[in-house]
Design a protein around this ligand. Structure first.
Ligand SMILES: NC(=O)c1ccc[n+]([C@@H]2O[C@H](COP(=O)([O-])OP(=O)(O)OC[C@H]3O[C@@H](n4cnc5c(N)ncnc54)[C@H](O)[C@@H]3O)[C@@H](O)[C@H]2O)c1
Ligand SMILES: [Zn+2]
Length: 361
């Protein structure tokens, strides 16, 4: 398969998609000195790989318990201290092996350690493969808000091995698929059509379909990142589903729904709003609804409507006092609107609840 890459400011970032550990091991062996941050779950599940990594002479290995609470400045300081003590140098490379939490944290450490060192991300979840590893957004949480401290720091390369997905729990697979449905709506007919025809193979982790969808997703994200690396314009389209998705996550204390699940609900709600505002044809809405139903898990977690609406107002995408929405106005088309009537949001949330994705209180 043709190797993929994306370009930011004349730097080319290769993205390897395969099913072998060799690209990781050869990059690790060729690094002058390497710092390796590994998700503890991955370290346990892939002990042979960890042993192989640990046997590389110049590698300093740190096992990280990947939780949102640990994606924090305290952990950043811990890792910086370890690297200083172990003499990690400016020409050293940091390898982040894990999901989005590990990649965001370790990538941020790479961005600030001695004013920035190179890093290689080895994403081990579907969400990290299709989304968080691509594009150079790194960072940690603050008690005031999620992902509030961060930087843009592009990786030297991204090494994806879809074998890691064999052990990924079903709900984590759904999370990745949530972002993939978002790409399908953004990207248009061929992508959406592929997803409609292959969702079962994906849910059953069929390797070839997974590799194909990872590739299609990276190609979609690449188009936005290359045009707008610092998210000042068109890259904001990737926030489709996220205005309401983030509000649902925040309103439920970030511990009832996984991010990708909230994105699926947000996507459905925002498509409903778009249909109400006569931006999206009912037939296109039906296709999005059907897709969300195929992927999303039925949940009866309670979500406060009032809290969700007030959290929406705090969303990062709010500009000049108005809530900004990325709304689908077709399969493959979106529009930015800041004039969404409150009653359309309420109706959309009620629709999502009636469809069994959450319980509105
Ligand atoms: N930087 C970006 O552009 C960007 C984009 C989207 C999301 N994110 C961030 O990514 C994070 C979510 O990423 P995530 O969904 O990968 O979460 P995660 O890193 O927490 O991983 C999810 C769970 O899966 C486990 N896991 C990882 N790999 C596994 C494997 N191969 N087999 C079995 N279990 C495995 C982890 O230990 C964890 O419990 C959030 O913090 C979010 O803010 C960042
Ligand atoms: Zn997301």
């Amino acid at each position: 398969m043709k190797p993929l890459s994306y370009r930011v400011n004349s730097t080319r970032i290769p993205v390897y998609i395969g099913d072998s550990d060799s690209p990781l091991m050869s990059q690790l062996r060729s690094a002058q000195r390497a710092a390796v941050v590994v998700d503890s779950t991955v370290a346990t599940l892939y002990k042979n790989l960890l042993d192989e990594i640990s046997s590389v002479d110049a590698a300093v290995v740190s096992i990280f318990h990947a939780t949102e609470e640990n994606k924090c400045l305290g952990k950043v300081e811990e890792l910086l201290t370890l690297f200083l003590e172990k003499n990690i140098r400016r020409d050293s490379v940091l390898f982040a092996i894990g999901g989005g939490v590990t990649g965001d944290l370790a990538g941020f450490v790479a961005a600030v350690y001695q004013r920035g060192i190179g890093y290689v991300h080895v994403p081990t979840t579907l969400l990290a493969m299709v989304d968080s590893s691509v594009g150079g957004k790194v960072g940690v949480n603050h008690s005031v808000g999620k992902n509030m401290i961060g930087a843009f720091h592009q990786p030297n390369s991204i090494v994806m091995n879809t074998k890691f997905l064999d052990t990924l729990p079903k709900e984590e697979l759904t999370c990745g698929l949530g972002e993939i449905v978002k790409y399908a709506v953004l990207s248009g007919e061929p992508f959406f059509d592929f997803l409609e025809k292959n969702h079962l193979k994906l849910l059953n982790k069929e390797k070839r379909s997974l590799q194909k969808i990872v590739r299609m997703s990276v190609e979609t994200k690449k188009r936005y990142v290359e045009k707008d690396p610092r998210e000042l314009g068109v890259r904001t389209h990737l926030n489709l589903g996220h205005t309401i998705g983030h509000a649902i996550e925040a309103a439920t204390g970030y511990n009832k729904f996984k991010h990708g699940e909230a994105v699926l609900m947000g996507l459905l709600a925002e498509a409903h709003i778009a249909m109400h505002m006569k931006l999206l044809r009912p037939s296109s809405f039906e296709r999005i609804l059907k897709m969300v139903r195929l992927i999303a898990r039925r949940r009866d977690e309670q979500v406060s409507l009032e809290e969700t609406l007030s959290r929406m107002a705090y969303d990062k995408k709010m500009k000049s006092g108005k809530v900004r929405f990325v709304l689908p106005n077709g399969i493959g088309k979106v529009v930015i609107r800041d004039d969404v009537p409150m009653n359309s949001v309420v109706d959309a949330m009620k629709f999502v609840a009636a469809d069994g994705l959450l319980a509105l209180v």
